[in-house]
Design a protein around this ligand. Structure first.
Ligand code: ZN
Length: 213
């Protein structure tokens, strides 16, 4: 087994990566890095639990992302700005706590303090309203694709001049099919980005079945 050169998923060297996006000639993102690949079942359960209530998630996410940035100099060498895959403010999973947007803010603040080699752009993308979640248990590939398209359709590039000509690194918590990152990369390339790479906390193992192809 060796990591897929595009998405880091461990694959048999004789085979191509099972993620359809990796072999798609129309792929928009260049490469995905991950703090944990593949994400363990235990890790995935922990992330779901933390995202749905605990404010500590931002600290854990930021710590992991920062560790990978420091351990993999090529990421900061090949990217000029870092942005978050945005969440809509007003996404209340816990009453009174706008925690998803809060996670993003807290994570970016941590990275701004600890990661001097890349420019952090906190307010470059805005998501106008919540859309269906991609990472639901048992989601099919079609569900994930549709969720990705809806997610990116709700995003506005607030400061396109900051994207033009940049090598953009997008961070997110978990990637499975990489559909969301690919759609987001298409939006950034449309706005003049030179290249888009991604960094996620967990690269969830993707195994096509007859249900999710
Ligand atoms: Zn791959």
């Amino acid at each position: 087994m060796h990591p897929c050169p595009t998405c880091t998923q461990p694959i048999n060297p004789q085979r191509t990566c099972p993620s359809p996006v990796c072999s798609d000639p129309a792929r928009n993102f260049d490469k995905l890095y991950a703090t944990q690949s593949p994400l363990t079942h235990q890790g995935e359960k922990a992330i779901r639990h933390l995202k749905d209530g605990a404010t500590e998630w931002a600290a854990i996410l930021a710590y992991g992302i920062n560790q990978t940035l420091n351990a993999t100099p090529e990421i900061t060498e090949n990217n000029t700005i870092l942005i978050a895959n945005p969440t809509a403010s007003g996404t209340h999973l816990v009453a009174g706590l706008d925690h998803l947007a809060g996670h993003t803010e807290a994570t970016l603040a941590y990275l701004a303090l600890h990661t001097p080699d890349i420019t952090i752009e906190p307010a470059l993308l805005a998501k106008s309203h919540p859309t269906r979640r991609s990472g639901v248990h048992g989601a099919t590939f079609d569900h994930k694709q549709t969720a990705a398209v809806e997610h990116v359709a709700a995003i506005t590039v607030t400061q396109p001049q900051l994207i033009t000509g940049q090598n953009v690194l997008v961070y997110d918590d978990v990637a499975t099919t990489c559909s969301t990152l690919d759609q987001l990369a298409a939006l950034l390339l449309d706005h003049g980005a030179n290249q888009v790479q991604a960094l996620v906390f967990g690269r969830s193992h993707y195994k096509p079945t007859k249900d999710n192809q």
